[in-house]
Design a protein around this ligand. Sequence first.
Ligand SMILES: *Cc1c(COP(=O)(O)O)cnc(C)c1O
Length: 340
Amino acid sequence: MHLARFPRVFLAHLPTPLERLDRLSKELGGPEIWIKRDDCTGLSTGGNKTRKLEFLMAEALAMGADTVMTQGATQSNHARQTAAFAAKLGLQCHLLLEDRTGSNDGNYNHNGNVLLDHLHGATTSKRQGGLDMQAEMEAVADRLRAEGRKVYVIPGGGSNPTGALGYVNCAFEIVSQANDRGLRIDHIVTATGSAGTQAGLITGLKAMNAGIPLTGIGVRAPKEKQEENVFNLACRTAEKLGCPGVVKREDVVADSSYVGAGYGIPRADTLEAIRMFAQLEAILLDPVYSGKGAAGLIDYCRKGRFKKGERVVFLHTGGSAALFGYDSQFAEDDKALTVA
Ligand SMILES: *Cc1c(COP(=O)(O)O)cnc(C)c1O
């Protein structure tokens, strides 16, 4: 697999660390848990979108764009990483932020990722929840084009075959780190949303015949829908790479049991996972994605879904900047841990 054939802007801090989580593994008493630190990709507090944007932004530059646009939820990590990447490249950035939670919390609407979007100089506009955001974005892009701007539109989450190349690359990176250190990996677990991360990973894993099963923990769509989205994108990514058909439908496994009331609304087990990672491993998760992914991982361990002695890698996709938009979820900790 020859990824150097595709244009890429090298900006992420790679390879990200692959680390063993001793205290969490001991607490759960099951498999040996490892973490792939894609929260440490380096761009404006890091996260998984940076790997995708390395390939997407190269396309934007190749077409001579002066403006990039993308869309996401109010606390979108993807929007923030796009704003940061655009700043680094000297491109203008406009973000459409969809109100998926209906929250009128000041920190949710202005702190965390939103604060960073604006610090990077991106302009934002809001949309009510439930609209066709891709269509909204195209309409704004057309307006900007009519004004003479050259606009490159990035889909939500950066999830198309170009963006997914970033996670094909991550699959190679994980397996190469494991090979160099003599680590047999039995399973990989990650949060899955707009599907590019899981689609890229499974395409890379299958293309190199790694024999490592991958489970995506859903954050929004029901299982069937999520698996279908991931599978479709994986098929298109494999075609782009010149290995059509390497991913079979049964290779794509998503579990949407940890979504709760909806996208961006944490459950009790999401918050528990965030506390466990923070207090046992000094690692910051987020309330929208990695907290739900980790809640799934923890539940699988407790239910004995992984055997003792197996080695499970949790891909940490980042998102900790969103914590500052969700501080109200942790009001209890604030009260309980403040002492006279
Ligand atoms: C976007 C995102 C995900 C999900 O990745 P997809 O490629 O959209 O499936 C997971 N975790 C975090 C922190 C994210 O920002």
